[in-house]
Design a protein around this ligand. Structure first.
Ligand code: SF4
Length: 734
């Protein structure tokens, strides 16, 4: 029979395209048995579980020119499992048409087949999750709407790239373009072109931004122990580990040493040898003598003594590797998590110190605009940019009051990383600070040609740090502010494996709005200073990448605030809070019986439709919906046309508390509780001394704080008891 297939023309490749045998019926007229036996590629038949194409570029990995139909879907099942039989059948038919009878006459290159597999995987995993079997059941709008969340939960990347989103959309246009033959072949498909209004590129660009926005910050319950452990490692433990690395350098080799000869023959001078046994015996002595420090308030060293006689995981070599990794990962997390930089920029930091200022390379000190603070700024170079050109970016590592000698934690981390890698530095083939240490269980003592570490390896190291050193076993099932049910179980059970480095940047942005009081004082101070730097200097304000993270965290926090309000978990206060409660009554009805993740999606939709703007501060949030009633702008007389956001120069808690744009919930309770305490204490002390004439405003502030606290469900009676106790203590006769 004549071959009626459209000829295959593989334009990107110079080689002859694959033309299937001529003695068969058209694909779409084949019986299942015929298709099973049909040579779909020069190397594979229809029934094969892997379709392979001949690779056209030397050195290409096998995977780029094959589709493995036994691919693992996102729920852990295989596409070849019985329950996916129908999905597998039409996916094979679709790919056969795309490669052998494409509607445009141009078949894709063999080297792009791996990408087709990825595209099939994304789409079929999603369809399987929703019980959709055939393309005609596919709700493309729902897929597009869900993609940002879907991708952000599955992709283990710092930022969601355009190509990642394009991959997830890859198959959909074919479901439309190949519709005629698909239908003839018994596959019901899409009824209309999903990309009729906008191109696939338009959707990919929009969804990539949204997907990065969907990556949540670390849940508070995880962030606090992680950050505290990072700060812990940067103290005495890091110093000890740096000292421990001396065994790698083995400085005694080749020097003259004194050894005891026999019992009574005295001491002889010898040259310490370079042989492996000599070195081993020196290392044994070094490990046996090594002592770890004791932390303030503790009675014994923070780490047990190294047992040089052991070779197992308790042995000194394995322990040294573990400790090296811990300090490196803690330092890296401190730099990324406390400056907000991207992992690619972290990996690009160079080793060494500035000969002039003595600071780690790339770091400089700038005076803040007010002249009150010193800012530690590092300039990084991002080699891969959208425009393909290197881009320099400044990141504020920390701030200190002018005249102070303290260095911010990330600066200390840079110093430590330099010292930690010192034994290997001369073997490095890169100027970069973080080196790709040999992959074995031990630290290499003899090595050559160490390249820079990759972002993937760094991310794996950070995950291992959480798994090894941060105890998440006591986590409850759900975080206090959850966007899906049982959100902490995956953290507890995977020991933090769900961590993404971008979460550190999101947590950075979150702590810039309000520092969690359970963080160690050093970290609280770090973020407190950084927040001041943000308003006092242009550095953070001009870093577009950080601003967009702050914006997306603010958007997430707004959505969360509305979610918790409509679910009745967290009441809102403030005049805008009251308006919001009225405006979301219908939404509250709609979502109250839904699982939290679905309720969250509805809330996001509502907030996006209403385009609710929000600006956070420690005392509450501003939603400037009523531009003619913005008190901070009334103060300064700003024109109505220019009132797009709060006026940071005049914005004050007492002004906001009576403003139509103000909303707060329990997240701001700490601020108002301390305002309540401070103002009542001041007023009552004045009352005791018999003169409250100048304290009217103080009393009003205390009363205002009390009202807001009651509205968000805080029991002020407990604060009153605290006030009375403080006053009693102050009046105990000497
Ligand atoms: S006074 Fe406060 S709540 Fe009102 S507009 Fe200004 S910042 Fe927003």
């Amino acid at each position: 029979m004549k071959n009626t297939l459209t000829p295959v023309i593989d334009l990107p490749l110079p080689e002859e395209p694959y033309l299937p045998p001529h003695d068969h019926r058209p694909l779409w007229e084949m019986s299942p048995a015929e298709f099973d036996e049909f040579q779909v590629t020069p190397l594979s038949k229809g029934a094969d579980s892997v379709w392979m194409w001949e690779r056209t570029t030397p050195g290409q990995p096998k995977s780029v020119a094959q589709v493995n139909w036994a691919m693992e879907l996102f729920d852990g099942s295989r596409l070849t499992d019985t329950r996916h039989a129908l999905r597998l059948e039409w996916a094979k038919k679709l790919l056969a048409l795309i490669t052998l009878a494409p509607v445009g006459g141009v078949a894709p290159a063999a080297g792009s087949m791996g990408r087709y597999q990825q595209g099939i995987n994304w789409l079929l995993s999603w369809m399987a999750q929703r019980g959709m079997q055939t393309p005609n059941e596919l709700d493309v709008d729902a897929y597009l709407e869900d993609l940002p969340r879907y991708i952000s939960e599955r992709v283990d990347e710092d930022e969601i790239t355009l190509s990642r989103v394009q991959q997830s959309l890859k198959i959909i246009p074919h479901l439309w373009s190949e519709r005629r033959l698909l239908t003839k072949w018994g596959v019901p498909t899409l009824h209309q072109n999903p990309f009729r209004e906008h191109s696939i590129f338009y959707y990919a660009t929009m969804l990539a931004t949204k997907a990065t926005g969907w990556i949540p910050p670390l849940p508070d319950e995880v962030a606090v122990p992680v950050y505290n452990k990072i700060a812990w490692w940067l103290g005495q433990p890091a110093e000890d580990v740096v000292a421990l690395m001396e065994y790698v350098e083995d400085p005694v080799a080749g020097t003259e040493i004194e050894v005891m000869v026999g019992k009574y023959k005295g001491i002889r001078k010898l040259k310490a040898g370079y042989s492996a046994p000599s070195r081993r015996s020196r290392n044994h002595r070094f490990f046996a003598d090594f002592t770890f420090g004791t932390l303030p308030g503790e009675s014994k060293p923070w780490h047990t003594a190294l047992d040089e006689t052991k070779e197992d995981e308790k042995g000194p070599h394995l322990q040294s590797r573990l400790l090296f990794d811990a300090v490196r990962d803690a330092c890296a997390m401190s730099i990324q998590g406390m400056s907000g930089m991207r992992i690619s920029e972290l990996m690009g930091i160079e080793a060494g110190f500035d000969a002039v200022n003595g600071l780690p390379r790339g770091v400089r000190i700038e005076l803040s605009v007010s002249g009150l603070y010193e800012l530690f700024v590092i300039r990084t170079v991002l080699s891969k940019t959208e425009a393909g050109l290197p881009r320099e970016m400044d990141w504020v590592l920390g701030v200190r009051p002018k005249g102070s000698m303290d260095e911010p934690l990330p600066v200390r981390a840079l110093r430590l990383l330099n010292r930690l890698h010192e034994p290997w530095r001369r073997h490095a083939t890169t100027p970069r600070l973080l080196l790709a240490m040999a992959g074995g269980k031990f630290l290499a003592v003899k090595t050559k040609g160490l390249p820079g570490m990759s972002s993937d390896k760094m991310r794996d190291g950070m995950k291992r740090f959480i798994a090894h050193w941060v105890d998440l076993t006591g986590l409850p099932d759900e975080s206090r502010h959850k966007i899906k049910d049982n959100d902490l179980i995956e953290w507890r059970e995977s020991k933090g494996h769900v961590f993404k480095t971008h979460m550190l940047r999101k947590s950075w942005a979150q702590f810039m709005f309000a520092v969690d009081p359970s963080l160690m004082p050093a970290i609280q101070l770090q973020f407190h200073h950084l927040s001041m730097a943000m308003t006092d200097s242009g550095y953070i304000g001009s870093n577009q990448s950080l601003l967009s993270d702050m914006e997306s965290v603010a958007t997430q926090a707004r959505n969360m605030m509305i979610l918790e309000s409509v679910l009745g978990i967290n009441p809102l206060a403030g005049r805008m809070g009251e308006e919001l409660e009225l405006a979301t009554r219908k939404l509250a009805e709609q979502v109250k019986a839904l699982p939290t993740s679905d309720a969250y999606k509805e809330v996001v939709k509502f907030c996006e439709q209403a385009q609710l703007p929000i600006f956070f501060s420690p005392h509450g949030a501003c939603m400037p919906m009523k531009t003619h009633e913005m008190r901070c702008h009334d103060e300064s007389g700003t024109s109505l046309l220019l009132r797009k956001q709060p006026n940071t120069r005049t914005r004050q808690p007492s002004l906001c508390a009576g403003c139509s744009c103000f909303v707060l919930d329990t997240r701001h309770a700490d601020f108002w509780a301390s305002r309540y305490l401070d103002n009542w204490l001041a007023y009552k002390r004045a009352a005791r001394s018999g003169d409250v004439s100048d304290f009217k405003v103080i009393k009003e502030r205390a009363e205002q704080a009390g009202k807001l606290l009651k509205k968000i469900g805080v029991k002020v009676e407990q604060l009153d008891i605290k006030i009375e106790k403080t006053l009693e203590v102050e009046h105990v006769p000497a």
